[in-house]
Design a protein around this ligand. Sequence first.
Ligand code: PHB
Length: 360
Amino acid sequence: MKIFDELKIGELNLKNRVLMAPMTRNRADSQGVLIQDAIEYYTQRAEAGLILTEATAISEEGYAYINTPGIFTETQMEIWKKVTSAVHEKGGKIFVQLWHPGRISHSSLIGGKTPIAPSVTSDQLKTVTAEGFVDTTPAKAATIEDLKKVIKDFGIASENAIKCGFDGVQIHGANGYLIDQFLKRNTNKRTDQYGGESLENRSRFLFEVLKEVVEAIGVERVAIRFTPYNCFNGVFDHDPKPLYLYIMGKLNSYNLAFVEINESKMGIEQHDPEMKSLFKTQELREVYKGVLAVNSGYDLEKGTKALEENLCDLVSYGMPYIANPDLVTRFKNNYPLNTPNMDTLYSSGIKGYTDYPFYK
Ligand code: PHB
């Protein structure tokens, strides 16, 4: 089966087509330093063709939620170095997902500062702080200087990733966080060169971040993730298809490691009763000539079919990886899968983190 075939991406040899999707686990301290058990958590999953880490803050302003990791201090980097070397020792490959969450944040998470967004909105949004589930701090419209800093921080974080031994980075361009807030119309009301109806303008910030990261670490070590269809975190665009066709077309001139399309349609019913957003990833596949990964709701059968029908080159698995560290072995042998416990998804400690059993 193709899903167990190798794939060479630049210098990177993936031993199969199974990716572990990026997943927030809230197992860091208040300084963005992962708990030591993260070494075991990621190493247990090293038989994936490639692991994508949880979303990781590029700077002090890059936190959305409590107890999530960063990659901008020495102490944060120390534990990441241990993670990458343990994963490599087990024959695995690992990219760090880098993010700035923009308006999905709270001043208590970002050193008392005000979150930034493309524009001011009155949307009611939630995040998780030391006080629990709370309203986000209303974001201010980012100045050009603010954007320059974020772009620079993406570059520095990418260099840090390589210093930590990561095989590459994935830029988080999805799920209603800062880059996605620029892409989608309801969160981007800017009238300058970063906003408006122009597809070039709305994707300008994305491509500026990409340029910085590519210059920092080389294009073949850079991946990116998008959510063209969902309205998660209150982002909404009544007609995203032209934008994503434009972006994917433009990405052809980069030789990226891969583009991951998360096909989730979360929240779409509230925002898009006419379902205009429902174009198919196949349309992106036809435009984009590079390596394509798909994600969201795939099991072995659906993933195998997508690969065999040449709809993608890689399949990324999220929830199945929470509960099945040996997911590839289970797939290969048709072993049953463990069920994830949702109560421990975002909790602390090793329960529901490193204690899911391997198949015996
Ligand atoms: C989350 O923690 O809820 C989360 C983080 C990153 C995502 C999506 C969801 O891309």
